[in-house]
Design a protein around this ligand. Structure first.
Ligand code: HEM
Length: 392
């Protein structure tokens, strides 16, 4: 790769964010190890081939999750995402049982009840902004209820989460400042609730985590706040963005949509295939712990790395006909939930919510399309679509 080639590619233009697959392919073919152009990427090296992304996910001793990998407003490492092995394992051992499939299944009736309520509000009006009416309120209400944060403050929490994930900023410096200030507010909100739970336990995840042990010791107040901070970012945004990506795809692909209406039992397969193709969490961050090389390109220790999940999930070197969205596809080994030790803790919750939401939506609103004249606007990184205007 010559100097002239660096920063040639960007995922930031709206038309690329809407349909990143051509750029993903060009990156894999021409610049599999490169610095992308655009405001948010400065200095980071992006890996786009499946093999390279997998190697990075699977070698945390080289590609570390140290907090320096990404700026998300925290002053202590997020637990467990920014803890490298071997300590990471102990935290996952404490947290995994909370998010196990059997535990998540207990929450399915509540998810179904809430999605029905939300659909009832819009079904007869013939149109809605799907982001505002369904995709944002569903997972955030469920998650705040599970975690034990006050649902009455949902708007404030969503604004804080957006202040970290997609802060409105004209420069990197402004972005950094906004993210730092928002981080302090998130700490304050979590400390308030954790202190209340330390005084009196409730039937919620924060209370359960306060009673969890790592190495035979109870977790400290800071540990619980640091877990809460990560949950806050991971739990409030990812399922909304995933549901939006899926419904946007189905609104534009009537044959795929009709199949789900006719064969609702296909929905779990469709969820996996659309997670692969859309990759709503488009990338993960790492920082190199030692000097290394990828595909013959030397990379020094301390370099920020973006693992382009969306590109890895559509790499023709690993997937037959990767651009065909095939609900009958046999391999489900996509990495939309990451891979290796940090693979998503919330995947069972996410899958259940997505399945139930698609089942209920298609039972009630089977025929829908994008409103006339809408050019979908996808946000960077986690692919939220604020202007998902539907008509039926
Ligand atoms: C469809 C929705 C979701 C997607 C696509 C998704 C995606 C991901 C990805 C790609 C990672 C790996 C990050 C990395 O290695 O850098 C991850 C990790 C994680 N996710 Fe999710 N996620 C989703 C939903 C959730 C939910 C609902 C929660 C709720 C708690 C959650 C909690 C976490 C946590 C705690 C980690 C870090 C795990 C660790 O470090 O061991 N995720 N997720």
């Amino acid at each position: 790769m010559t100097d002239a080639d660096t920063k040639k590619y960007s995922l930031e233009p709206p038309e690329v964010a809407r349909n990143p697959h051509d750029t993903y392919r060009e990156l894999r073919d021409n610049a599999p190890v490169t610095e992308l152009g655009g405001r948010s990427q400065s200095g980071a090296i992006t890996l786009s081939r499946h093999e390279d992304v997998m190697r990075a996910f699977q070698t945390p001793e080289v590609f570390s999750s140290d907090p320096d990998a990404v700026e998300i407003g925290n002053t202590r490492p997020l637990v467990p995402l920014q803890i490298d092995p071997p300590h990471h394992r102990k935290h996952r051992k404490a947290l995994d049982p909370l998010f196990a499939p059997k535990q998540m299944a207990k929450h399915e009736p509540r998810v179904r009840e809430l999605i029905r309520e939300l659909i009832n509000k819009v079904a007869d009006q013939g149109h809605c902004n799907f982001h505002q009416s369904i995709a944002e309120p569903l997972p955030s209400t469920i998650f705040l209820e599970l975690l034990g944060l006050p649902v009455s403050r949902v708007d404030e929490f969503l604004a804080l989460k957006d202040g970290i994930i997609r802060p409105p900023a004209r420069s990197m410096e402004e972005r950094r400042e906004k993210v730092r200030a928002t981080g302090q507010k998130i700490y304050a909100a979590l400390e308030e609730v954790v202190d209340a739970r330390m005084a009196e336990r409730q039937d919620d995840f924060l209370s359960t985590i306060l009673d969890a042990e790592v190495d035979g010791q109870p977790l400290s107040r800071d540990d619980v706040v640091d877990i809460g901070y990560l949950f806050f970012l991971a739990g409030l945004d990812t399922v909304s963005a995933s549901l939006e990506c899926m419904v946007a795809f189905l609104a534009q692909n009537p044959d795929h949509r009709q199949r789900l209406v006719d064969e609702p039992e296909m929905i779990p397969h469709a969820v996996e295939e659309m997670l692969r193709y859309e990759s709503p969490v488009a990338s993960s961050a790492r920082i190199t712990a030692v000097d290394t090389e990828v595909n013959g390109c030397p990379i020094s220790a301390g370099t920020r790395i973006h693992l382009l999940i969306g590109s890895a999930n559509t790499d023709e070197r690993s997937w037959p006909d990767p651009d065909d969205v095939d609900f009958d596809r046999e391999s489900k080994k996509h990495i939309a939930f990451g891979a290796g030790v940090h693979r998503c803790l919330g995947s069972h919750l996410a899958r259940m919510e997505l399945r139930v939401a698609l089942e209920e939506w298609h039972a009630r609103v089977p025929h829908y399309r994008l409103a006339d004249g809408i050019e979908l606007e996808f946000s960077q990184g986690i692919r939220q679509i604020d202007n998902l205007e539907l008509v039926w």
